[in-house]
Write a protein that binds this ligand. Structure first.
Ligand code: TMP
Length: 252
């Protein structure tokens, strides 16, 4: 059997060459890291949950017309996605103050923001993904002004979609991070939502209790990460009640 070619190994996912040109197989690992990989662990079942949840959100985006990289899920841990060139930015959208912004500006976590705030970080692990402004992005040529207009519009559409989906299951979307890919179609290039959308890259709080259902559970040692992610999946109907990621036969 031919061994497929690994293209890239990140902290939470590995990318392999896909079966057709222009496709990539995205494999979700169980590895969890935080604080630029200073804290790390293997959380059994996390990869399965993020694979299913990212499929759910990307499919939803497709259905409302937001272009993204998702093609189809292949198995419990892998999905086929469109190959794209990743714009070297982490695009963060915040609805409530939390995490690094709460700390940086001295705002209490959970404070509602007067409008969604979009931030950009330069994707560079060695530098710890520093916050940058549009001035840096333009000056260093990471994205053009047209790209930035498109990125802002994508980020806000994802925010509206995800906020609504989460609200529907009693969860507050505090903030999230997306990555953007460039695909070339003939002479044209298009920007699409890429990477993943999962509780690894969002802050999700139960609306009633404030309970954290995202990677902060791991970052801040607040309990079981798989229990938190399973709860999100269960509420969204991505996994039937009672199913656990360790029992794949129970999952549709
Ligand atoms: P922050 O408050 O730590 O800057 O995080 C903002 C959002 O971005 C939060 O939902 C978590 C997400 N995020 C990532 O997906 N990857 C990262 O490397 C970091 C630092 C944050």
């Amino acid at each position: 059997m031919a061994r497929r070619k690994k293209i890239y190994e990140g902290k939470a996912k590995t990318l392999f060459e896909g079966p057709e040109p222009g496709t990539i197989v995205q494999y979700f690992k169980d590895d969890a890291t935080a604080f630029n990989a200073e804290k790390r662990d293997v959380i059994e079942g996390k990869g399965v949950l993020n694979n299913m949840l990212s499929e759910y959100f990307m499919n939803g985006l497709t259905q409302i017309g937001v272009p993204n990289h998702f093609i189809r899920r292949l198995n419990m841990r892998e999905q086929l996605v469109k190959a794209c060139e990743i714009v070297p930015l982490e695009v963060i959208v915040r609805n409530f103050a939390a995490g690094s912004m709460a700390k940086r500006l001295g705002i209490e976590e959970g404070t509602a923001l007067p409008r969604p705030i979009v931030e950009y970080c330069f994707k560079d692990d060695a530098l710890g993904d520093p916050l940058v402004t549009e001035e840096h992005i333009a000056a260093f040529g990471w994205a053009s002004q047209q790209d930035m207009d498109d990125i802002l519009s994508l980020a806000l559409r994802v925010n509206d979609f995800l906020s609504g989906v989460m609200f529907g299951v009693g969860i507050k979307l505090v903030d999230f991070k997306i990555e953007i890919g460039r695909v070339y179609e003939g002479d044209y290039q298009r920007l699409i939502v890429a990477d993943e959308i999962s509780p690894d890259s969002c802050r999700l709080w139960d609306i009633e209790t404030g309970q954290k259902l995202d990677k902060d559970v791991f970052r801040r040692d607040l309990g079981s990460l798989t229990d938190a992610y399973s709860e999100v999946a269960r509420r969204l109907g991505v996994m039937p009640k009672g199913a656990t990621p360790m029992k794949p036969t129970l999952i549709n």
